[in-house]
Structure formats: structure tokens, C-alpha cells
Design a protein around this ligand. Structure first.
Ligand SMILES: [Zn+2]
Length: 214
């Protein structure tokens, strides 16, 4: 680990888990994304318009959608992100719909107002949670395989007791974003600035796994 006396050290965390109280509704619009015919890989799914169909709702500030391809936040948390000039995210208006069981799961609860939080920044490097297998000759994409470090971290059930070695992010590829994807298929990374905003929010089941720049 780098010494803490270095003023440029930034603490970072992987967003390992956050509550997902719904699914993509029929009004969602995904970016068409044909897989490469050779390696069968495609770019990360982009949700250009989010229709979050809720199964149930307990008021909170942030939820994930479909394995966290995108997120939805309260207007309050959006305003905090904007006030703190968080880099690497984009906010969009979205639709909230309720599935057929909602009235049973959440009696008397009204549809919340939410805003889509999309992670738009990508650090063009892989992290230590994935091993590169091969580079496709057709599309140039690298195939990544989760390794033992990723599997160990995946067993983490609380932010206070992270399991496995720290996820390592190549510092040289980072452009100062506060929220970003990495080249591998791993979860997004957030900086300490974002962690502090999330710590002050209602974020059910949020697990932030400590990571480090190397
Ligand atoms: Zn390919």
C-alpha cells in the first residue's frame, strides 16, 4: 500500500451489492448491442431509458437494477451528487411502474419519485479480480475470467467485514472520476467522496468492498 502521507491517495471501493427491488419494465430502452460473432462478447448493456418495475418499495435513496447495469436514486441523493460535483455519472428522468403484486407487497405505498443514475465513465484497464484470457482478432475485446480474489470478495456479506484481497485498480489509467466501470466485467468503483454521500443515505443492502489504486 502507498503511504498515507501522499496527499494524492484516494480511497476507492467496489459497489459489490445494493438492493434491487424491481426489474426492467417494458418501457425500458436498451442500447442494441450485437455480440461479436467470433468471441460472442458485447459491450456493457446500456439502459438509455429506464422503466423500473418495482416488486415492492421501502423509501430509500439508491437501488440497483438488473445486476447493477444501472441505478436509480432519490432526487435528494441526485442533488447531493450534483452539489459535490461527482464525476463519472449522468442523471436521466425515468419511469417507475409497479408490478401486479406491488399492492400486496407494499400495501398503501405510492410509487416513489426516482432518477436514473447511470455510470458513464470507464477506466480503460482491468482489475485484479479478473484474469485476461485472450484478445479477439475480430473485435479486439479481451475475454476476462473472474479469479479467486473475485470469488472471495463475492462471499462478502457486509461492508464492515470484507473478504478476500483488495481489488486493485491501475492508477495510471484513472482520470479522476468518482464513479467508474473498469475494462473487466466487474462492478463499478466509487471514491471516498461518493462513499461518504452513500454513508449518509438510506442504501439498503449496500456493500462497498475496499479497493486500492496500484
Ligand atoms: Zn470478438
Amino acid at each position: 500500500m502507498a503511504e498515507k502521507t501522499d496527499a494524492t491517495i484516494v480511497d476507492i471501493y467496489s459497489v459489490l451489492h445494493v438492493l434491487q427491488p424491481g426489474t426492467l419494465g417494458p418501457k425500458s430502452r436498451l442500447k442494441a448491442n450485437k455480440p461479436c460473432p467470433i468471441c460472442l462478447q458485447s459491450d456493457r448493456t446500456k439502459v438509455e431509458h429506464l422503466d423500473l418495475m418495482l416488486d415492492a418499495w421501502d423509501p430509500c435513496d439508491i437501488v440497483g437494477v438488473e445486476s447493477n447495469v444501472t441505478f436509480a436514486v432519490s432526487p435528494r441523493l441526485r442533488n447531493e451528487f450534483l452539489a459535490s460535483e461527482v464525476r463519472g455519472v449522468l442523471f436521466r428522468e425515468m419511469k417507475v411502474s409497479l408490478n401486479g403484486n406491488f399492492a400486496v407487497s407494499s400495501p398503501g405505498v405510492e410509487a416513489p419519485e426516482l432518477v436514473q443514475l447511470d455510470v458513464v465513465a470507464t477506466v480503460p484497464a482491468a482489475t485484479s479480480w479478473y484474469d485476461p484470457l485472450e484478445k479477439c482478432e475480430r473485435c479486439g475485446r479481451v475475454t476476462y475470467q473472474p479469479n479467486a480474489s473475485k470469488r472471495a470478495a463475492g462471499a462478502t456479506t457486509s461492508s464492515r467485514r470484507p473478504k478476500g484481497p483488495l481489488r486493485q485498480v491501475p492508477r495510471a489509467a484513472w482520470n479522476g472520476e468518482d464513479v467508474f466501470w473498469t475494462q473487466d466485467p466487474g462492478p463499478p468503483v466509487v471514491t471516498e467522496k461518493v462513499k461518504l454521500l452513500l454513508d449518509r443515505s438510506v442504501a439498503p443492502q449496500l456493500i462497498l468492498h475496499p479497493a486500492q489504486f496500484v
